[in-house]
Design a protein around this ligand. Structure first.
Ligand SMILES: Nc1ncnc2c1ncn2[C@@H]1O[C@H](COP(=O)(O)OP(=O)(O)OP(=O)(O)O)[C@@H](O)[C@H]1O
Ligand SMILES: [Mg+2]
Length: 291
């Protein structure tokens, strides 16, 4: 199973939301990382056929996006803004969605829903009203509904936003389990989500692809660009505008600062190994644009 995105573009009027983006992914969890307005949701909506491309194409398991029926069979989708049926119980909501997706046999639906609720750890809440679930539980229910028709590709748009750290970790583990034998595409603007869950990452900024590859290779992009220095506070105040600052910690009268610069900016600055977060900020800050 492969997902191939080939020069995919989407314009809304004169606004180019996605600009000739190409990449390929196989099974496993893949991160789609980028700041607000990068085009993550647009790309995901194109891949679920909810939007049509302005140009370019993509294919899933050899089927082009134009084959909407096959694509919809292959893809499960958890939208960024998703509204469930608040007055229904967890089971009723799942039952309704399973029916809509064509599972006509009642006993079969019940079995399938039970299995899915077990997998997302909501079995004990099957009689709870959707409106009474916590944010994390709603998100897990969202994954269960996306998996009802047993798709080979699971697309989840910013599922960890607003979750507390414990739920975030639980959610990542859940996606890890669903990624066996499947493609999971996870969008986020949190570098840590990618670092802890994804083997590969695609980085978008203002509709263009900035990076696609192994997460480990991302740091190579920023090698030689990250510096650490200890300066007195007055000197730092004079210099700070010139750099993209990654962190600045006061230590008595001096500051320990980590920042981006193409060449050694002060004799006492030490070149440091970039973290994934550094590399991401480097890619975002490139082209003279501070974040
Ligand atoms: N229906 C629309 N009409 C016009 N412009 C749109 C529409 N939908 C999105 N855009 C614009 O396209 C660009 C990409 O938006 P998109 O929602 O895909 O970004 P995103 O990466 O998902 O952002 P976020 O992190 O905020 O969810 C943005 O500049 C947005 O304003
Ligand atoms: Mg979005």
């Amino acid at each position: 199973m492969e997902l191939i995105v080939d020069r995919l573009s989407k314009r809304y009027g004169s606004k180019t939301a996605l600009d000739s983006v190409s990449f390929e992914v196989g099974e496993g969890i893949h991160g789609l990382l980028g700041p607000n307005g990068a085009g993550k949701t647009t790309l995901m909506r194109l891949l679920t056929t909810l939007l049509s491309p302005s140009s370019g194409t993509a294919s899933i398991g050899g089927h082009p996006l134009s084959d909407k029926k096959r694509i919809r069979e292959s893809v499960g989708y958890l939208p960024q803004e998703f509204a469930f049926y608040p007055g229904m119980t967890v089971f009723e909501a799942m039952d309704y969605l399973a029916l809509l997706s064509g599972l006509d046999n009642r006993a079969e639906r019940k079995r399938k829903i039970g299995e899915l609720l077990e997998q997302v750890n909501l079995a004990q809440h099957h009689k709870t009203k959707v409106k009474a679930l916590s944010g994390g539980m709603k998100r897990r229910l969202g994954v269960a509904q996306a998996m009802v028709h047993e798709p080979k590709v699971l697309i989840v748009d910013e599922p960890t936003a607003g979750l507390d750290p414990e739920e975030r970790i639980r959610f990542r583990k859940l996606l890890g389990r669903f990624a066996e034998g499947r493609i999971v595409l996870l969008s986020t603007h949190v570098v840590e989500d990618v670092e802890s869950t994804c083997e590969q990452v695609t980085i978008l900024k203002q509709g263009t692809l900035k990076f696609h590859g192994k997460v480990g290779e991302l740091t190579k992009a920023a090698e030689g660009q990250v510096w650490s220095v200890e300066l007195d506070k007055a000197q730092w105040e004079r210099e700070r505008e010139r750099f993209v600052v990654l962190s600045a910690v006061a230590d008595g009268p001096s500051m320990r600062v980590r920042f981006l610069a193409p060449d050694q900016p002060f004799p006492q600055a030490i070149s440091v190994t970039p973290s994934i977060e550094d590399a991401y900020l480097y890619l975002m800050g490139k082209e003279g644009q501070l974040i």
